[in-house]
Ligand binder design. Structure first.
Ligand SMILES: CC/C=C\CCC/C=C/C(=O)SCCNC(=O)CCNC(=O)[C@H](O)C(C)(C)COP(=O)(O)OP(=O)(O)OC[C@H]1O[C@@H](n2cnc3c(N)ncnc32)[C@H](O)[C@@H]1OP(=O)(O)O
Length: 302
Protein backbone atom coordinates (compact mmCIF):
# COMPACT_ATOMS: atom_id res chain seq x y z
CA UNK A 1 0.00 0.00 0.00
CA UNK A 2 1.48 3.35 -1.03
CA UNK A 3 1.42 6.37 1.25
CA UNK A 4 -1.84 8.32 0.96
CA UNK A 5 -1.71 11.52 -1.12
CA UNK A 6 -1.45 14.14 1.65
CA UNK A 7 1.10 12.17 3.63
CA UNK A 8 3.15 11.48 0.50
CA UNK A 9 3.21 15.18 -0.42
CA UNK A 10 4.31 15.95 3.12
CA UNK A 11 6.92 13.18 2.98
CA UNK A 12 8.33 14.65 -0.24
CA UNK A 13 8.36 18.13 1.31
CA UNK A 14 10.21 16.75 4.31
CA UNK A 15 12.74 15.03 2.12
CA UNK A 16 13.22 18.20 0.06
CA UNK A 17 13.70 20.08 3.33
CA UNK A 18 16.51 17.66 4.08
CA UNK A 19 15.34 14.95 6.47
CA UNK A 20 18.76 13.60 7.36
CA UNK A 21 19.36 10.02 6.32
CA UNK A 22 22.69 8.90 7.68
CA UNK A 23 23.94 5.95 5.67
CA UNK A 24 22.41 4.44 2.56
CA UNK A 25 18.79 4.45 1.54
CA UNK A 26 17.40 0.98 2.06
CA UNK A 27 16.44 -0.79 -1.13
CA UNK A 28 19.41 0.60 -3.03
CA UNK A 29 22.44 -1.62 -2.77
CA UNK A 30 25.22 0.45 -1.29
CA UNK A 31 28.31 -0.42 0.69
CA UNK A 32 27.96 -0.86 4.43
CA UNK A 33 27.87 2.49 6.14
CA UNK A 34 26.73 4.09 9.33
CA UNK A 35 28.67 4.89 12.46
CA UNK A 36 31.76 3.06 11.20
CA UNK A 37 30.51 -0.12 12.83
CA UNK A 38 29.74 -1.92 9.58
CA UNK A 39 25.98 -1.69 10.00
CA UNK A 40 23.53 -0.02 7.61
CA UNK A 41 22.20 2.25 10.33
CA UNK A 42 20.18 5.17 9.08
CA UNK A 43 18.07 7.84 10.65
CA UNK A 44 15.89 10.78 9.88
CA UNK A 45 15.37 13.37 12.56
CA UNK A 46 12.92 11.53 14.73
CA UNK A 47 13.29 7.82 13.97
CA UNK A 48 16.49 5.82 14.26
CA UNK A 49 16.61 2.60 12.25
CA UNK A 50 19.13 -0.09 13.10
CA UNK A 51 18.96 -2.73 10.39
CA UNK A 52 20.34 -6.24 10.69
CA UNK A 53 19.95 -7.48 7.11
CA UNK A 54 21.56 -10.84 7.91
CA UNK A 55 18.72 -11.53 10.33
CA UNK A 56 16.15 -9.80 8.10
CA UNK A 57 15.22 -7.58 11.04
CA UNK A 58 15.41 -3.85 11.77
CA UNK A 59 14.94 -2.06 15.07
CA UNK A 60 13.06 1.24 14.76
CA UNK A 61 13.73 3.54 17.70
CA UNK A 62 11.30 6.40 18.22
CA UNK A 63 13.40 9.40 19.15
CA UNK A 64 11.25 12.49 19.15
CA UNK A 65 11.97 13.95 22.59
CA UNK A 66 10.71 14.60 25.11
CA UNK A 67 7.82 12.12 24.80
CA UNK A 68 7.56 10.80 21.20
CA UNK A 69 4.21 12.53 20.75
CA UNK A 70 2.69 11.89 17.34
CA UNK A 71 3.30 15.18 15.58
CA UNK A 72 2.74 15.36 11.83
CA UNK A 73 6.50 15.51 11.29
CA UNK A 74 7.11 12.49 13.50
CA UNK A 75 4.41 10.40 11.80
CA UNK A 76 5.67 11.38 8.34
CA UNK A 77 9.23 10.45 9.17
CA UNK A 78 8.13 7.21 10.77
CA UNK A 79 6.14 6.29 7.66
CA UNK A 80 9.06 7.07 5.37
CA UNK A 81 11.31 4.77 7.40
CA UNK A 82 8.68 2.05 7.54
CA UNK A 83 8.07 2.23 3.80
CA UNK A 84 11.79 1.90 3.08
CA UNK A 85 11.94 -1.26 5.15
CA UNK A 86 8.71 -2.57 3.63
CA UNK A 87 10.11 -2.08 0.12
CA UNK A 88 13.42 -3.75 0.91
CA UNK A 89 13.15 -7.52 0.50
CA UNK A 90 16.03 -7.96 2.95
CA UNK A 91 13.70 -7.02 5.81
CA UNK A 92 10.90 -9.24 7.07
CA UNK A 93 10.58 -8.03 10.63
CA UNK A 94 10.71 -4.80 12.64
CA UNK A 95 11.05 -4.24 16.36
CA UNK A 96 9.54 -0.91 17.39
CA UNK A 97 10.88 0.63 20.57
CA UNK A 98 11.64 4.03 22.08
CA UNK A 99 14.82 6.03 22.40
CA UNK A 100 13.16 8.41 24.92
CA UNK A 101 13.73 7.21 28.49
CA UNK A 102 10.56 6.15 30.26
CA UNK A 103 8.17 6.94 27.41
CA UNK A 104 7.22 4.70 24.49
CA UNK A 105 4.95 7.41 23.09
CA UNK A 106 2.71 9.99 24.77
CA UNK A 107 0.18 9.55 21.94
CA UNK A 108 -1.35 12.20 19.74
CA UNK A 109 0.47 15.49 19.85
CA UNK A 110 -1.90 17.72 21.78
CA UNK A 111 -0.44 20.85 20.23
CA UNK A 112 -1.70 19.55 16.86
CA UNK A 113 -5.20 19.22 18.34
CA UNK A 114 -5.50 22.63 20.01
CA UNK A 115 -6.16 26.01 18.43
CA UNK A 116 -5.66 24.90 14.81
CA UNK A 117 -7.98 25.25 11.82
CA UNK A 118 -10.22 22.52 10.31
CA UNK A 119 -7.88 21.95 7.36
CA UNK A 120 -5.05 21.22 9.78
CA UNK A 121 -7.20 18.84 11.82
CA UNK A 122 -8.19 17.03 8.61
CA UNK A 123 -4.56 16.69 7.50
CA UNK A 124 -3.54 15.55 10.95
CA UNK A 125 -6.26 12.93 11.22
CA UNK A 126 -5.49 11.60 7.75
CA UNK A 127 -1.90 11.06 8.89
CA UNK A 128 -3.09 9.26 12.05
CA UNK A 129 -5.29 6.99 9.91
CA UNK A 130 -2.37 6.38 7.57
CA UNK A 131 -0.02 5.52 10.43
CA UNK A 132 -2.50 3.00 11.78
CA UNK A 133 -3.30 1.47 8.38
CA UNK A 134 0.34 1.16 7.31
CA UNK A 135 1.31 -0.51 10.57
CA UNK A 136 -1.80 -2.64 10.84
CA UNK A 137 -1.48 -3.94 7.27
CA UNK A 138 2.30 -4.29 7.21
CA UNK A 139 3.54 -7.47 5.55
CA UNK A 140 6.42 -7.54 8.00
CA UNK A 141 6.35 -9.06 11.46
CA UNK A 142 6.05 -6.16 13.90
CA UNK A 143 7.08 -6.58 17.52
CA UNK A 144 6.57 -3.71 19.97
CA UNK A 145 9.26 -3.61 22.65
CA UNK A 146 7.51 -1.25 25.04
CA UNK A 147 10.09 0.43 27.24
CA UNK A 148 8.01 3.25 28.67
CA UNK A 149 4.55 4.64 29.33
CA UNK A 150 2.26 3.87 26.40
CA UNK A 151 -1.04 5.80 26.58
CA UNK A 152 -3.65 6.52 23.89
CA UNK A 153 -1.94 7.07 20.51
CA UNK A 154 1.14 5.26 21.86
CA UNK A 155 -1.09 2.29 22.55
CA UNK A 156 -2.58 2.73 19.05
CA UNK A 157 0.88 2.08 17.57
CA UNK A 158 1.55 -0.87 19.85
CA UNK A 159 -1.85 -2.45 19.13
CA UNK A 160 -1.05 -2.67 15.41
CA UNK A 161 1.92 -4.93 16.13
CA UNK A 162 1.81 -8.72 15.96
CA UNK A 163 3.36 -9.04 19.42
CA UNK A 164 3.74 -6.65 22.35
CA UNK A 165 6.44 -7.17 24.98
CA UNK A 166 6.33 -4.78 27.94
CA UNK A 167 9.20 -3.97 30.29
CA UNK A 168 8.29 -4.69 33.91
CA UNK A 169 8.20 -1.26 35.50
CA UNK A 170 5.11 -0.09 37.40
CA UNK A 171 5.34 3.30 35.69
CA UNK A 172 5.04 1.72 32.24
CA UNK A 173 1.25 1.73 31.88
CA UNK A 174 -0.51 0.99 28.61
CA UNK A 175 -4.06 1.62 27.43
CA UNK A 176 -6.57 3.87 25.73
CA UNK A 177 -7.25 6.63 28.28
CA UNK A 178 -9.23 8.84 25.87
CA UNK A 179 -12.46 9.01 27.89
CA UNK A 180 -10.44 10.47 30.78
CA UNK A 181 -9.72 13.40 28.44
CA UNK A 182 -13.35 13.65 27.33
CA UNK A 183 -12.62 12.17 23.93
CA UNK A 184 -13.86 9.08 22.15
CA UNK A 185 -11.63 6.58 20.37
CA UNK A 186 -12.34 6.09 16.66
CA UNK A 187 -14.28 2.93 15.77
CA UNK A 188 -11.30 1.32 14.03
CA UNK A 189 -9.09 1.65 17.11
CA UNK A 190 -11.93 0.26 19.22
CA UNK A 191 -12.10 -2.70 16.78
CA UNK A 192 -8.33 -3.16 17.06
CA UNK A 193 -8.64 -3.35 20.85
CA UNK A 194 -11.64 -5.70 20.72
CA UNK A 195 -9.67 -8.01 18.40
CA UNK A 196 -6.87 -8.00 20.95
CA UNK A 197 -8.54 -8.35 24.36
CA UNK A 198 -12.16 -9.21 23.57
CA UNK A 199 -15.42 -7.31 23.74
CA UNK A 200 -16.20 -7.21 27.44
CA UNK A 201 -12.69 -6.30 28.55
CA UNK A 202 -12.68 -3.59 25.87
CA UNK A 203 -15.97 -2.15 27.14
CA UNK A 204 -14.43 -1.69 30.56
CA UNK A 205 -11.05 -0.53 29.29
CA UNK A 206 -12.53 2.02 26.90
CA UNK A 207 -15.33 3.42 29.03
CA UNK A 208 -13.07 3.81 32.06
CA UNK A 209 -10.07 4.92 30.00
CA UNK A 210 -7.95 2.33 31.76
CA UNK A 211 -4.16 2.43 31.78
CA UNK A 212 -2.87 -1.01 32.73
CA UNK A 213 0.33 -1.52 34.71
CA UNK A 214 2.41 -4.52 33.58
CA UNK A 215 0.81 -7.38 35.57
CA UNK A 216 -2.73 -6.23 34.69
CA UNK A 217 -1.75 -5.58 31.09
CA UNK A 218 -0.58 -9.17 30.81
CA UNK A 219 -3.68 -10.49 32.53
CA UNK A 220 -6.09 -8.64 30.24
CA UNK A 221 -3.99 -9.58 27.19
CA UNK A 222 -3.17 -6.10 25.92
CA UNK A 223 0.47 -7.24 26.01
CA UNK A 224 1.75 -10.75 25.32
CA UNK A 225 4.75 -10.79 27.63
CA UNK A 226 6.15 -8.80 30.55
CA UNK A 227 9.88 -9.09 31.10
CA UNK A 228 12.53 -7.40 33.25
CA UNK A 229 13.61 -4.12 31.72
CA UNK A 230 17.12 -5.36 30.94
CA UNK A 231 15.73 -8.33 29.00
CA UNK A 232 13.29 -6.39 26.82
CA UNK A 233 15.40 -6.07 23.69
CA UNK A 234 16.70 -9.67 23.78
CA UNK A 235 13.20 -11.02 24.38
CA UNK A 236 11.77 -8.97 21.51
CA UNK A 237 14.49 -10.33 19.21
CA UNK A 238 13.91 -13.93 20.27
CA UNK A 239 10.14 -13.53 19.79
CA UNK A 240 10.96 -12.15 16.36
CA UNK A 241 13.20 -15.15 15.56
CA UNK A 242 10.29 -17.48 16.28
CA UNK A 243 7.99 -15.58 13.92
CA UNK A 244 10.68 -15.35 11.25
CA UNK A 245 10.92 -19.14 11.20
CA UNK A 246 7.45 -19.31 9.61
CA UNK A 247 7.34 -19.16 5.79
CA UNK A 248 6.73 -15.49 5.03
CA UNK A 249 4.16 -15.80 2.29
CA UNK A 250 1.82 -18.02 4.29
CA UNK A 251 2.27 -15.90 7.41
CA UNK A 252 1.56 -12.54 5.84
CA UNK A 253 -1.39 -13.80 3.76
CA UNK A 254 -2.82 -15.19 7.00
CA UNK A 255 -2.23 -11.85 8.74
CA UNK A 256 -3.92 -9.99 5.89
CA UNK A 257 -6.88 -12.38 6.01
CA UNK A 258 -7.23 -11.89 9.79
CA UNK A 259 -7.02 -8.08 9.58
CA UNK A 260 -8.80 -7.29 6.31
CA UNK A 261 -12.30 -6.67 7.66
CA UNK A 262 -11.07 -4.32 10.40
CA UNK A 263 -8.90 -2.33 8.00
CA UNK A 264 -11.57 -2.25 5.29
CA UNK A 265 -14.08 -0.67 7.63
CA UNK A 266 -11.79 2.34 7.93
CA UNK A 267 -10.70 2.35 4.28
CA UNK A 268 -14.35 2.43 3.16
CA UNK A 269 -15.26 5.27 5.52
CA UNK A 270 -12.05 7.25 5.61
CA UNK A 271 -13.45 10.62 4.57
CA UNK A 272 -16.43 10.35 6.91
CA UNK A 273 -14.06 9.44 9.75
CA UNK A 274 -11.99 12.55 9.01
CA UNK A 275 -15.07 14.75 8.91
CA UNK A 276 -16.29 13.24 12.17
CA UNK A 277 -12.92 13.93 13.82
CA UNK A 278 -12.78 17.51 12.54
CA UNK A 279 -16.30 18.23 13.82
CA UNK A 280 -15.55 16.67 17.18
CA UNK A 281 -12.18 18.25 17.81
CA UNK A 282 -13.39 21.70 16.69
CA UNK A 283 -16.09 21.85 19.36
CA UNK A 284 -15.49 24.61 21.88
CA UNK A 285 -15.98 22.25 24.82
CA UNK A 286 -13.38 19.77 23.48
CA UNK A 287 -10.92 22.55 22.68
CA UNK A 288 -11.28 23.92 26.19
CA UNK A 289 -10.77 20.50 27.81
CA UNK A 290 -7.67 19.78 25.74
CA UNK A 291 -6.19 23.21 26.37
CA UNK A 292 -6.68 22.88 30.14
CA UNK A 293 -5.11 19.41 30.01
CA UNK A 294 -2.12 20.62 28.02
CA UNK A 295 -1.62 23.55 30.39
CA UNK A 296 -1.68 21.16 33.37
CA UNK A 297 0.98 19.02 31.70
CA UNK A 298 3.14 22.07 31.12
CA UNK A 299 2.68 23.38 34.66
CA UNK A 300 3.51 19.99 36.18
CA UNK A 301 7.18 20.83 36.52
CA UNK A 302 6.67 24.29 38.00
C1 LIG B 1 -10.57 13.69 19.45
C2 LIG B 1 -9.57 12.61 19.46
C3 LIG B 1 -10.15 11.42 18.94
C4 LIG B 1 -9.55 10.28 18.98
C5 LIG B 1 -8.30 10.02 19.67
C6 LIG B 1 -7.56 8.89 19.09
C7 LIG B 1 -6.73 8.22 20.04
C8 LIG B 1 -5.55 8.94 20.61
C9 LIG B 1 -5.65 9.97 21.52
C10 LIG B 1 -4.44 10.58 22.12
O1 LIG B 1 -3.34 10.11 21.95
S1 LIG B 1 -4.66 11.99 23.05
C11 LIG B 1 -3.09 12.22 23.90
C12 LIG B 1 -3.08 11.34 25.09
N1 LIG B 1 -1.81 11.39 25.78
C13 LIG B 1 -1.67 11.72 27.04
O2 LIG B 1 -2.62 12.04 27.72
C14 LIG B 1 -0.26 11.71 27.61
C15 LIG B 1 0.06 13.05 28.16
N2 LIG B 1 1.42 13.06 28.69
C16 LIG B 1 1.75 12.51 29.87
O3 LIG B 1 0.96 11.94 30.59
C17 LIG B 1 3.17 12.65 30.30
O4 LIG B 1 3.77 13.68 29.54
C18 LIG B 1 4.00 11.36 30.12
C19 LIG B 1 3.85 10.78 28.72
C20 LIG B 1 3.55 10.33 31.19
C21 LIG B 1 5.51 11.67 30.34
O5 LIG B 1 5.67 12.29 31.59
P1 LIG B 1 7.03 13.07 31.87
O6 LIG B 1 6.96 13.52 33.30
O7 LIG B 1 8.18 12.24 31.46
O8 LIG B 1 7.02 14.31 30.88
P2 LIG B 1 6.16 15.66 30.99
O9 LIG B 1 4.78 15.34 31.39
O10 LIG B 1 6.91 16.62 31.81
O11 LIG B 1 6.11 16.12 29.49
C22 LIG B 1 7.27 16.65 28.83
C23 LIG B 1 6.82 17.66 27.81
O12 LIG B 1 6.06 16.99 26.82
C24 LIG B 1 4.78 17.63 26.70
N3 LIG B 1 3.77 16.59 26.35
C25 LIG B 1 3.49 15.49 27.04
N4 LIG B 1 2.56 14.76 26.39
C26 LIG B 1 2.26 15.44 25.27
C27 LIG B 1 1.36 15.20 24.20
N5 LIG B 1 0.57 14.09 24.13
N6 LIG B 1 1.30 16.09 23.20
C28 LIG B 1 2.06 17.22 23.23
N7 LIG B 1 2.95 17.51 24.24
C29 LIG B 1 3.04 16.62 25.24
C30 LIG B 1 4.53 18.22 28.06
O13 LIG B 1 3.58 19.25 27.97
C31 LIG B 1 5.90 18.73 28.41
O14 LIG B 1 6.10 19.91 27.67
P3 LIG B 1 7.03 21.08 28.23
O15 LIG B 1 8.41 20.50 28.27
O16 LIG B 1 6.86 22.18 27.22
O17 LIG B 1 6.49 21.43 29.57
Amino acid sequence: MALAGGVRVRARALLRAGAQFRGPVLGRPEPAAGGGDGTRRFANLRVLVEPDPAAGVAVMKLKSPPVNSLSLEFMTEFLISLEKLENDKAFRGVVITSDCPGVFSAGLDLTELCGQNPAHYAEYWKAVQELWLRLFLSNMVLVAAINGVCPAGGCLMALTCDVRVLADNPKFVIGLKETQLGIVVPFWLKDNLVNTIGHRASEHALQLGLLFPPAEALQVGIVDQVVPEDQLQSTALSVMARWMAIPDHARHLTKAMMRKATADSLIKHRDADIQNFVNFISRDSIQKTLQVYLQKLKQKKG
